[in-house]
Ligand binder design. Structure first.
Ligand code: SF4
Length: 341
């Protein structure tokens, strides 16, 4: 049995209390102290009786914590945190500042199995899935250092839907009104497009926003730059997005990394427009961010502008994302870049 109290949902915390012959409000204290007050020591949950606290400790319950190893600040306000997990694994999270609002980009896996060729994380060896506790603790640790996090994007290291259960558990915990209470509209999961898991997400009781990294206007180009492109056709992904939109009514963000001479031609923009027309989407165009050993280079600003114009003229809301955190290797696709040989 998993003994980490930080992994437990609100309902499970109540059950732990009643299983120990305590009133259910003791479970509420457990959840609130861990997820609102960032308490990491069972004995510090002082509203609980001494007897209950020692019972929890004696039966092996604990509250896990990730360790801040490094903090890197970019002049543009971006901060990269390097966290150490149990067993010596390292992951990174990024705080982005927009006016007085903080967005945190969090990791869900150490390494990634998807192997996208324009992404530093994809070049690292996959180590393991993160637990829900390790995912939510990135938020709590960042908040200690830079204040309340308003928006969360599951867009850091790893493919969130490849760690579906732990990711959805972390969303449930972060969204719970007895804990951090981050509104579901302020939580976005970004996937490279796993059709079955997208359909599963559509049926889930908690449905965060969805962003899909498409990055190509056809299967041939996609398979060239994304290993997952060899497994799933774009039509399968779009079909799953229709199901998601049918169930949720939510707009989906399409992420598109602009790679010089690969996917950035005007003809590609027209093909992309035709693909996306049946869906309710907005498109983020991202200039490729380099990392050591990356075989691709970024499209020119002029090429990106022209590409964006084709999409916008056809009625697709399109935004060119600014480069953020490049000097500290915290920009999109750069997480883990400093660990590449
Ligand atoms: S882009 Fe995302 S899915 Fe692809 S390798 Fe990087 S972290 Fe994994």
């Amino acid at each position: 049995m998993d003994k980490d109290l930080k992994n437990k949902s609100f309902g499970e915390s109540l059950e732990i209390a009643t299983e120990h012959k305590q009133k259910s409000f003791c479970g509420k204290y457990l959840f609130e102290f861990i997820h609102q007050k960032n308490v990491n020591i069972i004995d510090d949950i002082t509203p609980l009786s001494k007897l209950f606290r020692s019972q929890l400790i004696e039966t092996g319950f604990l509250i896990s914590k990730i360790d801040l190893l490094e903090q890197h600040d970019d002049p543009d306000g971006t901060i990269k945190f390097v966290f150490g997990l149990q067993g010596g694994t390292r992951i990174e999270s990024v705080r982005l500042k927009d006016g007085d609002r903080n967005t945190l980009c969090i990791s869900t896996q150490a390494g990634c199995r998807m192997g996208c060729k324009f992404c530093a994380t994809g070049q690292l060896e996959f180590q393991r899935n993160l637990t829900a506790a390790e995912i939510v603790d990135q938020v709590y640790q960042a908040e200690r250092l830079c204040g309340r996090i308003d928006n969360l994007v599951y867009m850091g290291m790893g493919e969130p839907l490849d760690n579906f259960d732990n990711v959805m558990r972390s969303v449930e915990i972060l969204n719970d009104k007895h804990g951090r209470n981050i509104g579901i509209r302020h939580i976005t999961i970004s996937t490279c497009g796993l059709p079955e898991e997208i359909k599963q997400l559509a049926l889930s009781p908690i449905r965060p926003r969805l962003a899909v990294s498409l990055h190509a206007p056809d299967d041939v180009i996609r398979a060239k730059i994304m290993r997952v492109g060899k497994k799933y056709h774009i039509t399968e992904i779009l079909e799953s997005l229709k199901k998601y939109q049918g169930a949720t009514g939510k707009r989906v963000t399409i992420e598109y990394c602009m790679i010089d001479g690969v996917n950035d031609q005007i003809g590609h923009a027209h093909s992309l427009t035709r693909l996306l027309r049946p869906l309710k989407v907005n498109v983020n165009l991202i200039e490729l961010n380099p990392f050591p050993g990356c075989r691709y280079s970024a499209s020119s600003p002029g090429q990106i502008q022209q590409f964006a114009k084709v999409l916008s003229d056809s009625g697709i809301e399109t935004v060119i994302r600014f480069k953020r955190g490049r000097s500290i290797k915290a920009a999109c696709g750069q997480l883990g870049a400093t660990w590449l040989k």
